[in-house]
Design a protein around this ligand. Sequence first.
Ligand code: SF4
Length: 345
Amino acid sequence: MDKNNFIFSSAQLKDYLTSKGIDTEKAFLENHTEPAKFFTLIPKYYLNLINWYDPADPLRQMAVASSLEDTIYDYELQDPIGDHSHEPVPGIIHRYPDRCLLMLTNVCAIHCRFCFRKNLLTENKAMYEQAMEYIKRTADLWEVIFSGGDPFMLTDYFLNQVMNRLDSFDHIRIIRFHTRTPAVFPRRITDKFIRNIRSRKQIIVVIHINHPREITPEFIRSLRLLKKAKVMLLSQTVLLKGVNDNTEILAELFKELVAVGVKPYYLHHLDPAAGTHYFRISVEEGKKIYQRLRGTISGHCIPEYVIDSPGGHGKIPVMWFERMSENEYEAVNFEGKKIRYTDYC
Ligand code: SF4
């Protein structure tokens, strides 16, 4: 991947904006210090979508590091959705019986400031051979979900190798990718890339996209290429304070996605990852925003609003949670277990 397409520090950000004729004195850069842990990584393409004279620009909030990240509350977790309790071999997260996550890369096209896997993106978890052997011998698996990091940032050569290997496992019928790349660095999707992900299995691509301004002509072009590979396109969105925490923005996002051929699949309540508190809204606020979507947009435009329960108990629809006290909620997960959830807002 050509490093010239990205910036890696606040100093590079300032230089890049200056080269683009942005008056950095007026661009509110003073809050954007170098983060202590999760380093800056932003594609120049994405920088060009930001209005630098608006300190509250939602795309800027998602991409540019803030000094607020360095405050970490006790309730914020290193492993917020309990990945490690379902890791039979390095590189595999096997939470549900018939599907597993395959995490072969800790590289992303962007470092989202609210990321729930910040902990993994600072260490290398790629263990290709062990992961492949696990998938091969686990006959109950029906679907393999590439996650990461961002699997669309694997090199073409390696991606092709992995796809060929998965193609040879008869019990695997579905290969799913979770990726933010089409929304933040769409030029990665090329004809060559499409040739490498072609498979005799059904491929599903779940695009992580959070704001209607991420739907650009380049994004739509990348979808056209993905459709050439007969890919089923879904989306997932994280509900984020100051970015998309209102019904109108979400309605616009979901309608536009459907209009360009992407079915909204999940709306995630923010996971309690370290240093992400300034993006968090309460469960009650989230429910209100979500309820108003019904009746505002067609049912087929509405994703499922879920909480990935801490402790590794899986995704649970937010509407299933019953409020037990001011901040305590309870719901039953897919295994019939009673799960408690504390809302720290
Ligand atoms: S692309 Fe996904 S995994 Fe990578 S930083 Fe963003 S949210 Fe995290």
